[in-house]
Ligand binder design. Structure first.
Ligand code: MCN
Length: 779
């Protein structure tokens, strides 16, 4: 393979050998001299008043070094800031202290911590802590939690509703559109959707090691996190240290899916304890804690309504989203609906009128926050279900209704009636490719035949879009740029430091591909480092499928800076004008005389060693870039799912799954496919089997992997993938993100297939046999 063809090549992930041979270092692999272990005492109730906490017995257990309660911690460690304080959250509602005081608000709420010589003693001592709880009625159902007689999580606010918002203020305009459409012979469809609560279940649970050196007053913290720099900045502010005295290291991370995009109480508590005791302290979450106390995702009840002419042109859409925030406001939770559901309510469709409203509601459950897709799966699910309802009402093919409503390629950049500007797209091309791959006509014919035999077969289409690559100026209260530092050493090797924080996605490979392509050097001479706040001063981390479009663009622009400097040095070495020097296949040469050249390594050696550099040229070869995108990117695609449901048992099987995705230019098609595979599995998981369940008293009924079902490979068909390529104009790589696309596109495809199979307007997820059996036998 030529070096110049590096970008776009399906090379294998360079990070995998150390991962699959057990040579990677995760937080739990870190062992420091004199290290202590922390255990967290958590609430066994969903909602209870704390009358007293007695830690005497725990403190007296041999091997216990310290026990801390809210009284010890909360006055020292500040509350964790929320990214965008809106509504009553701005007044402090739901803003969290590290340990619960006076009241616990969810099953798993941290109440006290024990620090001991080893993990077992810490846990034994934890069990000796006596808490006098007074159980309270719990607010579990999000819509009931909005009622005036609901148990209140924050009594002082007199309600569980943190924010009610309507855009625009009234529904007057949209109501007129709906009425007119009906008067003209059109239809109005509506449904209520429960987008159920999910547990992210990363393979590696959370974990923290904190090491405070009392002599240097420096805190080093290892955490399984997606956001090393944000963690460093927030940690410094909450524990009261200057930023440069806090060093965050994110070693290998075994997946996050959004759940490690938070500042968690355990990070603050471990840091606090280490600062108090001057000893390194480790906390490793177990799986039950992970199910109970790591954020959950989704949990929206959506009311979607759409009006369409008799020809199938959608004239308006209304979405009301009731968002279950759980018990506390996490870092981003409150903005999820506003920032990620609202902008893509119209999906891939040119819909002239839109109305959006939301209620953000606290309940006695684990806080919700970003989980793969974060707000976009909810919007996509609603609009994709609405398109199918329109098709059903009008007796049209769902593919046709989509085609009628698509935004056309010549409309880009396209301003949606939501106000969102989409960068680029060709939605019909992706639909056509998916239909061809599925052999849609034959598929429908086959379905008709099987139906005639009494079988329940369904075909579902989802033509999704998503918004990612956050974030442009003004998207959030702080800049969501990404940084990259490139250093070329004396041997011509390149070290790339990125402020992004990949945790399974593979940018150690794709970022090296960008540099290999730009410099024309072998990928073996490039290494990509990340997850260390002292290696690169600022960064924003990995989430929202931003790493490639934003972090990758930072790498690309830093490479351009170095290229310019190297060309200048080469021009003096070649005694040519800098404008005549080109870099190709690792050689700088003079235009018109290719025999006159110096290699990349020779220029690197000169820059790093020579004492005769031309006046005005600084020695060394290093460049830093901060890339702040001017706009978001909008990946898209069409997924088609075929299901067959057993009438007798309600058991459903996905028999085919076709996906055509477009993430602009693909840096590495193999990694793109891997992301789509994983994404589809997660989206199908939500549709078919997953769901967090609480009892009415707030007990978590899915607290282990015995109770919370996860999709496994043998339950999934072989995915049939293809793609289209519509580059984005908003970054120099032409690349859009792909990390969440599979999850966003897949759930509605399965849902549409299931409704089609059962011949009903809508059926709520998950499609477990007992749920489907009930629908079949009711109808
Ligand atoms: N890629 C590419 N060409 C493109 C776009 C992406 O080759 N046009 C490659 C990238 O270079 C990278 C991968 O695809 O190797 C994903 O890149 P990107 O879409 O930029 O997404 P991020 O790296 O920002 O990852 C975040 C995204 C999110 S938001 C969740 S949640 C998620 C996901 O990635 N969590 C994951 N995928 C995951 N995969 C693993 N293994 N583990 C997780 O926790």
């Amino acid at each position: 393979m030529g070096i110049a063809a590096m970008l776009g090549s399906p090379i294998k992930r360079r990070e995998d050998p150390r991962l699959i041979t057990g040579q990677a270092t995760y937080v739990d692999d870190i062992k420091l001299y004199g290290m202590l272990h922390l255990a967290v005492l958590r609430s066994p109730y969903g909602h209870a008043r704390i009358n007293s906490v007695n830690v005497d017995a725990a403190r007296n257990l041999p091997g216990v070094v310290a026990v801390y309660t809210a009284e010890d911690v909360n006055s020292v460690v500040g509350k964790v800031a929320v990214a965008v304080p809106v509504g009553k959250i701005a007044e402090g509602m739901g803003v969290r202290s590290p340990l619960a005081q006076d009241k616990v608000r969810f099953f798993g709420d941290p109440v006290a911590v024990v620090i001991a010589d080893d993990r077992y003693t810490a846990r034994d001592a934890r069990d000796l802590i006596e808490v006098d709880y007074e159980p309270l009625p719990a607010a579990i159902d999000v819509e009931k939690a909005m009622q005036p007689d609901a148990p209140l999580l924050y009594e002082e606010f007199g309600t569980n509703v943190a924010l009610s918002l309507s855009l625009p203020d009234t529904t007057e305009e949209i109501d007129k559109v709906f009425e007119q459409t009906k008067a003209d012979g059109g239809v109005v469809v509506k449904t209520r959707i429960v987008n159920q609560r999910l547990a992210p279940v990363a393979m590696e649970t959370r974990g923290v090691v904190a090491d405070f050196n009392k002599g240097s007053q420096k805190l080093t913290l290892w955490s399984s996190s997606q956001i090393p720099h944000i963690l460093r900045n927030v940690l410094a502010a909450t524990v009261g240290l200057p930023t440069h005295q806090v060093h965050v290291i994110v070693p290998e991370v075994g997946g996050g899916f959004g759940s490690k995009l938070n500042i968690y109480p355990e990070e603050l508590l471990t840091a606090f304890a280490s600062m108090k005791l001057g000893r390194p302290i480790k906390w490793i979450e177990d799986r039950s804690e992970n199910m109970a106390a790591t954020i959950h995702g989704r949990d929206q009840v959506d009311y979607i309504e759409a009006a369409a002419t008799k020809d199938g042109k959608v004239t308006g859409v209304k979405l009301h989203a009731v968002s279950d925030m759980g018990s506390y406001s996490q870092l981003f939770t409150d903005v999820m609906v506003l920032a990620f559901t609202f902008p893509v309510v119209c999906g891939a469709y040119d819909i002239p009128a839109v109305h959006r409203s939301t209620d953000l509601v606290f309940t006695n459950k684990t806080p919700t926050d970003a989980y793969r897709g974060a707000g976009r799966p909810e919007a996509t699910f609603a609009i994709e279900r609405a398109m199918d309802l329109v098709a059903r009402e009008l007796g049209k093919d769902p593919a046709e209704v989509r085609r009628i409503n698509f935004i056309q390629p010549d409309q880009f950049p396209y301003k949606s009636s939501t106000g969102t500007v989409y960068d680029s797209g060709n939605y019909e091309a992706a639909l056509d490719k998916a239909l061809a791959l599925a052999d849609y006509k034959s598929l429908r014919a086959e379905q008709a035949q099987k139906r005639a035999e009494g079988k329940l077969v369904g075909i579902g289409i989802s033509s999704y879009i998503e918004v990612c690559g956050i974030g442009p100026k003004g998207f959030a209260p702080v800049g969501l740029f990404e940084s990259a530092r490139l250093r070329v050493d004396v041997g011509g090797n390149v070290t790339v430091y990125t402020g992004s924080s990949p945790h399974g996605q593979g940018e150690e490979t794709t970022f090296a591909q960008i540099v290999a392509e730009e410099f024309g050097i072998p990928i073996e001479s490039i290494v990509v480092l990340h997850g260390d706040t002292e290696a690169i001063p600022e960064g924003r981390g990995t989430y929202g499928s931003r790493t490639t479009p934003v972090g990758g663009s930072a790498v690309f622009t830093a490479a351009q800076k170095l290229k310019e400097k190297m060309k200048l040095i080469a021009s003096h070495m070649l005694e040519a004008s800098p404008s005549d020097v080109t870099l190709e296949d690792g050689k700088f040469s003079v235009a018109g005389s290719p025999q006159k050249s110096v290699t990349f390594a020779e220029v690197a050696a000169t820059a790093n060693l020579s004492n005769t550099l031309h006046p005005g040229i600084e020695p060394g070869l290093e460049a830093t870039s901060f890339w702040e995108p001017e706009a978001n990117v909008f990946p898209f695609g069409t997924h088609i799912c075929v299901v067959e449901v057993d009438k007798e048992t309600g058991e459903a099987q996905i028999t085919r799954y076709i996906a055509v995705d477009d993430c602009g230019r693909q840096l590495n098609p193999m990694l793109v496919q891997g992301q789509i595979h994983g994404g589809i599995a997660q989206g199908v998981g939500q549709a078919m089997i997953e769901g967090v369940v609480y009892g009415e008293d707030g007990q978590l009924l899915t607290a282990t992997l015995m109770d919370y079902a996860m999709p496994i490979a043998s339950e999934l068909p072989s995915f049939e993938l293809d793609h289209t390529v519509t580059p984005t104009p908003v970054n120099p790589l032409g690349a859009k993100g792909v990390g969440e696309a599979g999850t966003i596109g897949s759930t509605p495809a399965v849902a549409n297939a299931m409704a089609d199979a059962l011949g009903v307007a809508h059926v709520d997820m998950p499609y477990k046999p007992e749920n489907l059996w009930k629908v079949i036998h009711q109808s």
